[in-house]
Design a protein around this ligand. Sequence first.
Ligand code: URP
Ligand code: ZN
Ligand code: ZN
Length: 455
Amino acid sequence: MNDFWIRNATLVSPTGRRNADIRVIDESIAEVADRGNAPAGVDDHVDATGLWLLPGGVDVHTHFGMPLRRGLASRGWLESSTAALLGGTTTVVDFANPDRDEPIPDAVARWQAAASQECLCDYALHATVSAVDDERLDELAELIEGGIPTFKGFLAYKGRLMLEPEELRLLMTRVHQLKGRLLLHAEDGELNARCEEELRQAGRTEPRHHPLAHPAESEIAATATALDLARATGCPLTIVHLSTAGSLALIDAARTDGVDVSAEVCIQHLFRTDAWYERGIDEALNAVMSPPLRSDADAEALRTAVADGRLDWLATDHCEFPLEIKRSAAVDGFPAVPNGAAGVGERLIVAFTLGVESGLISPERWVDLCCEAPAAAMGLGHCKGRIAPGMDADLVLFDPRASDTHLPVHGTHSLWTGSEWQGAVRHVWVRGHQVVESGQLDPEAPTGRFIRRFF
Ligand code: URP
Ligand code: ZN
Ligand code: ZN
């Protein structure tokens, strides 16, 4: 039977830091005791002196192995989950995207089949709703029953995933009835399409022109539409990958009016800006994603809101396409380049270096943003995101004094290359199984488990 103690750790939680000994039995945390309480002479223990003990990171916005078009998918479950574990993230929530006319439960089954073969961390799923009719709406109850209570709608991506406002209203009405939550990709697909067409006409289709097809006003307009619908339908709403100060202001106002709205922010929108598009073609390609990187003023407003609590958690929207693939697609202009960037392996270290070490947030807030808050907000709070008796033993031993940290990235080029990183993930457990030891992945690490979520 798995039964061990982690001794002498500095346990970091959203409410503070304490010296603690933690006992794990089988897959769960059995005891959290003050330091010195682990029985002497127990062989099976880990000495965590000098290290911080965190709950395993929870990234509630990833796209692992996401099929985009024939023969093209984002980097797959094995490699992406490996990066997650090496970076201290033990649970991800990915998006199951149905094909045109595909029942949503079939898409979920496809995602679960892929993940169960290859995913080394635990995983849960959101469901994308890209068509709204009685058949699709009637599938939602079964999905909630199966542990998927969150549904992503898009006002972006005209001709592909975009819903009309009336369709979004119908979807939100049903999601509200079923006690689920609507996640919104807030960009105005019509406006983006018009901007893209103008850029094409003007021959401005280099990778650096990508953000011009996704103006800040587009996110602000879509956020306003969604907040109006949340007011009208009562449906709980989350704006995912929020990127502009303007939409943040709308959310602040809606909350004052009592609207149930939360806001997710991704590390790239906090710590990188649109200057990145002018650094060179490869840098611009790495930043071809939606929403794009924004202005200094937007990023500054988001950082302030992360620090003062108006942004609720930190995710990544991890959706990695190797640079070579983006380069070859770019010959047909930025609209042909697959959208998305890597981040699941980098999130904890990036937020530690640019958030905690820079003085923006405390270590406690960092743990809240990366672990407890996303787990609680997305229906995982019963088993993930906290170190307490009965919770899954998803644990990270982190060295806050390490410097020159190597990020667990693929290839040589990402949004995060070229900076110095601090802090290091030393050891990681998923449900009591040690999967990372001294920064190395256990080659025998077992596959993760599908986690049902509920509110
Ligand atoms: O560019 C991005 N973010 N790709 C992933 C899909 C999405 O919209 O979240
Ligand atoms: Zn999105
Ligand atoms: Zn996404």
